[in-house]
Design a protein around this ligand. Structure first.
Ligand code: NAD
Length: 494
């Protein structure tokens, strides 16, 4: 499938159009935003078969994986935003001191303006449209840049989006680094990027030139701790599900395992049993097992495997480059400094590091960049707390993998090199909103303002005022008292 890139000459016109639409206030009314979110929901609901086909062609994604990781969560995001928009967008009153008792002091939720969303290829629908839900709900105009590495999905979205969303406010630009570089020369009001840390740096540098804020959803090596006390069969099922979902091409996939010595062989046997249960003995023939996105990534993974010094490599089949098939692969006895422990694996290879005590694993994890996710399998609360208290990561799950991604009330994002900012649910709305401080002052009560003007007051007044203000900190009813005294003082004077 060939994806037609947007001609470079079109890009400035598209950007200008979105800017004008925002200036015309078209996207601000809440009813308009809800209507567009309903459009996005309908796009997903009415084109299920076409979406399934496109994502299958890109990644051999099964309908079950598509529903769990992409269309199901996306529809839920749309429903949540439509249902809660009035509440999310409402002004929020803030507590004030006595000085502003007669004023209307609140926080407005204003849209940021025109925003750019750049997606990655591994969840080509979700990573582009989930942030878009937040951006639309918050009242922005939006420019979407899908990943060119998942061309079937990009082509389908380019066709469908204008049928369901207002083209004056929401546009797609297709392209690779060259087109994206041109896009980044324009001034956006926020850039939401999902992808590698390497390109994340390019995005942030371009944004800095325009003083544009960024959200960076990046990757990293997410460790999985496995303690001696676990139920090995259950742990293996959950671990293998998380690792081999989308053929290991998930930003929060367990990247490597740190297991306590003594159970490593049993764990490996249990993992082999789980693979057999999930995908059968001929994994390549399974409709539930995905494919690597392209041949160059197959070669990258094969290269990693050829350079590992792990003691035992267990493969669930032959690598088939033409079919982009890479089998579930375990590498036992991997140590610090191994090729597999350098960068994010982003594929179905699971290195297993064996340690005498999990504390050693904690030290190892802390010697690396903070990961996007961290997993712990254990029954021991003390051990779990120790690991959580002594490590850092974007998110953490105990006794499972990946599932925090689908809880919309949990902010999803990294920390340090695994990302900046987070989203999902109401957080997505907040990411694309500006909290604008508003103070609407009454024109009355001018006399009370004598306090701030350089009008001469007797010294005892300030002394008295300070004591009363301090008293207001401890007494519930003293605001009223203070106000009354000020009122009498200022209005009672000649
Ligand atoms: P990538 O960084 O190569 O590409 C991401 C996007 O940036 C694409 O749309 C691409 O066209 C664009 N791009 C590529 N090179 C560019 C350049 N030089 N200038 C401007 N734009 C450029 O990432 P990818 O290969 O699509 O995705 C894999 C990475 O994304 C992994 O590291 C993974 O962990 C991470 N990821 C993170 C999340 C998350 O939610 N945190 C989700 C999925 C993937």
């Amino acid at each position: 499938m060939s994806l037609t890139f947007t001609p470079m000459s079109e890009i400035p016109k598209i950007v200008q159009g979105l800017r004008s639409t925002f200036s015309a206030n078209l996207t601000k009314p809440l009813e308009y935003r809800k209507q567009q979110l309903r459009g996005l929901y309908n796009l997903l609901a009415e084109n299920d078969a076409a979406i399934r086909e496109a994502v299958f062609n890109d990644l051999h994604k099964s309908p079950q994986e598509l529903m769990i990781g992409e269309s199901g969560v996306l529809k839920q995001e749309c429903i949540d935003a439509i249902k809660n928009l009035d509440k999310w967008a409402a002004n929020r009153s803030v507590k004030t001191s006595i000085v502003n008792k007669f004023d209307n002091v609140h926080i407005r939720k204003d849209p940021l303006g025109m925003v750019l969303i750049i997606g990655a290829w591994n969840y080509p629908l979700n990573l582009l449209l989930a942030p878009a839900v937040g951006a639309i709900a918050a009242g922005n105009t939006v420019l979407l840049k899908p990943s060119e590495v998942a061309p079937h999905t990009a082509v389908l979205l380019t066709k469908l989006l204008p049928m369901y969303l207002d083209q004056r406010a929401y546009r797609i630009v297709n392209g690779g680094p060259e087109e994206t570089t041109l896009l980044l020369e324009h001034k956006f009001d926020h850039i939401f990027f999902t992808g590698s840390g390497q390109v994340g740096r390019v995005i942030m540098m371009a944004a800095a030139k325009q003083l544009t804020s960024v959200t960076l959803e990046l990757g990293g090596k997410s460790p999985t701790f496995i303690a001696r006390d676990v139920d090995i069969a259950i742990t293996a099922r959950r671990l293998c599900w998380g690792k081999f979902f989308n053929c290991g091409q998930t930003c929060i996939a367990p990247d490597y395992v740190i297991v306590e010595r003594g159970i490593e062989d049993k764990l490996l046997e249990a993992c082999k049993a789980s693979i057999q249960e999930f995908y059968g003995s001929a994994v390549q023939a399974s409709s539930s097992y995905g494919r690597i996105v392209n041949a160059s990534h197959v070669r990258r993974l094969r290269g990693l495997l050829s350079e590992t010094k792990g003691q035992k490599i267990v493969l669930g089949g032959e690598i088939d480059e033409e079919d982009r098939f890479f089998p579930p692969t375990f590498v036992m006895g991997v140590e610090k400094g191994d090729k597999l422990m350098e960068g994010e694996i982003f594929g179905p290879i699971l290195p297993i590091m064996v340690v005498d005590r999990l504390v050693e694993g904690v030290k190892y994890v802390n010697s690396m960049d903070q990961p996007l996710a961290l997993y712990v399998f254990s029954k021991n609360k003390k051990a779990i707390d120790y690991i959580l208290d002594h490590t850092r990561s974007g998110g953490v799950v105990v006794n499972d993998a990946l599932v925090h991604f689908i809880v919309s009330n949990l902010p999803f994002g990294g920390t340090g090199p695994s990302g900046i900012g987070n989203y999902h649910g109401k957080r997505s709305f907040d990411v694309f909103s500006h909290e604008r401080s508003a103070l609407i002052k009454t024109m009355g009560m001018e006399k009370l303002l004598d306090l701030r003007y350089p009008v001469r007051q007797p010294l005892f007044f300030f002394f008295f005022f300070n004591i009363l203000t301090a008293y207001t900190q401890v007494s519930k009813h003293s605001d009223f008292l203070l106000l009354l005294l000020l009122f009498i003082y200022f209005y009672g004077r000649k």
